[in-house]
Design a protein around this ligand. Sequence first.
Ligand code: FAD
Ligand code: UDP
Length: 387
Amino acid sequence: MNFKYVVVGAGLAGLTIAERIASILGEEVLVIEKREHIGGNCYDEVVDGIIVHKYGPHLFHTDNERVWEYLSQFTEWRIYQHKVLGVIDGMEVPIPFNLNSLYKLFPPKMAEKLEEKLVTSFGYGKRIPIGDLLKEQDKELQFLAQFVYDKIFKNYSRKQWGMDPSKLGEEVFKRVPVVIGRDDRYFTDRFQGVPKKGYTYFFKRMIKNKKIKLLLNTDAGELISLDEKKGKIKFMGKEFKGILVFTGELDRLFEYKYGPLPYRTLQFEVEKIDKLSFQKVGVVNYPNNYKFTRITEFKHIHPISLPYSIIMKEFPASYNPNTDIPYYPIPSEESREKYHRYLQLAHNIKNLILIGRLAEYRYYNMDAIVERALEVFEKRILSSSLY
Ligand code: FAD
Ligand code: UDP
């Protein structure tokens, strides 16, 4: 096997890079994937006729036209505006918390007064982080901020991250703002949808090029090793002089030299429900009850006329590097420091490129990963191939 380009991981990051190398450079590229399938955490499969996202609900959304157009070469989209409800005090209210949620949870007079204060302070239509609302001086807005934090963010985040939410980086909470308006959608991006025939079908089309060789069920560690002192990569025992694009866990690549990086994992419980529909929208969050955080009903995301439905409950759990899938990097000061120690080691290896949620230890959405992969391809692969 004599490849100039090797990609570890057949998730969205790895597949985008492989597609570009094969289509733009016309070069052969080997993709090594340890799971039995491509797609990483975006992978989906058809269960009893319904498309089920095996590793949790994946809704595509972006403001980046270039990313949308790039991906649209390989898939048609079902245009889908994602909506989420949260069960608060026994009532289902729109999440992100917005003016509709306010009127559902408070008596009309009180809701009117709070709406007026919110609009005066922030402006109609604004989307503000809960941290900003918590800083408000006005007593009634302070009360509202504390209510929203306690009922929506505090317990959900404890469940999700297994730590005190005050230790989480603020980028986590910024993902779900407080909305001073009546838009019930979870995302506001210009382009939103899910692949019409699912992510797996879409990704298979993406890597149809014969120049892309796929090796499933293979951990990179079986073929690749590093000579840290010399700053060299070995592929099947010999020095590898091509480009290695690595999208897996960085701590593992360096054999946990500084100890494992912390992650949260998830357990999923999938149930077939013997009725047309289980819930009103695609996802319902349960911030304050149960051990799971949310329930997804896939028929809302990929509609199909069947007399039954399929739901999925998500149970966050502590992560064991030997047995679990690392879903979420922990966004804390301490974990970032450890990651940077590994990054220093990686910088000594000039033909190693790190990209992805795992290799960069960053909470990337799908669109951000594609944007990053396109950029990395242009700046580090295409340009180096010109010499
Ligand atoms: P991954 O998908 O993790 O792919 C990495 C691949 O590398 C995996 O297949 C893994 O098996 C393989 N690998 C790792 N190490 C090795 C090794 N040593 N050897 C061989 N193979 C290896 N984003 C959105 O935009 N919208 C959403 O709605 C959304 N929902 C999400 C819900 C959940 C529950 C989760 C966990 C994530 C969600 N995301 C969502 C984020 C999305 O999953 C990521 O942005 C995307 O999967 C990142 O792609 P990736 O290639 O970096 O990582
Ligand atoms: N969050 C919360 N309550 C909710 C929804 C989200 O506290 O009802 C917080 C929680 O910390 C979560 C983060 O906001 O991890 C990001 O939420 P998002 O829905 O983006 O999570 P993901 O889909 O990435 O799991």
